[in-house]
Design a protein around this ligand. Structure first.
Ligand SMILES: [Mg+2]
Ligand SMILES: [Zn+2]
Length: 179
């Protein structure tokens, strides 16, 4: 099984320091939906792993998050793409949960859902915490220069073996070239 794990904010859609709190605020990064569609057409399973502490902070409800994801799935379907599943951490930074990245819980859940090792599975993020959670399970970390990516790159300290690309579209170019 070819599996790819994507962060959401700053990878698929434009990030906002004020959080994405409504479907209207969810705006795809140019090329990202087409990139996922290319993976889908090539037989990859694409899953999303996303910290959504706005839930714990009371900025939006689970119903609203579902509406945001319905918009994402609809636009993605229009582009010919499909996301298999969305794994969410709903907690805040002080909740001590096991799923808020950089903790590895979401990736553990993915490994168990698909009953597979994540060794070498590409995981794409724009923040250090995405890459740290990914490498804990043996994924190959990919950093994009969208969203918080430029800041992350400048701060340094990336996990060994991190691949850096301009965007999700550029990551997918490389993944499909290596298929
Ligand atoms: Mg992000
Ligand atoms: Zn959590």
């Amino acid at each position: 099984m070819k599996l790819a794990i994507l962060d959401r904010d700053g990878v698929i859609n434009e990030d906002s320091d004020a959080f994405i709190k409504s479907p209207e605020e969810w705006q795809a990064i140019p090329g990202s939906l087409d990139a996922i569609a290319r993976l889908s057409r090539a037989g990859w399973r694409v899953v999303v792993a996303t910290n959504q502490s706005g839930l714990a902070r009371g900025l939006f409800s689970m119903d609203t998050l579902n509406a945001i994801h319905a918009r994402m799935r609809r636009e993605l379907a229009d582009a010919g793409g499909f996301v298999d599943a969305i794994f969410i951490c709903p907690h805040g930074p002080d909740d001590g949960c096991r799923c808020r990245k950089p903790a590895p819980g979401l990736f553990e859940d993915i490994a168990s859902r698909y009953d597979t090792s994540l060794q070498g599975v590409p995981a794409v993020g724009d923040s250090l915490r995405d890459l740290q959670a990914a490498t804990a399970l043996g994924c190959t970390p990919w950093l994009v220069r969208t969203g918080k990516g430029p800041r992350t790159l400048q701060a340094g300290g990336l996990p060994a073996g991190t691949r850096v690309c301009d965007s999700l579209s550029a990551v997918v170019d490389e993944l499909l070239a290596g298929d």
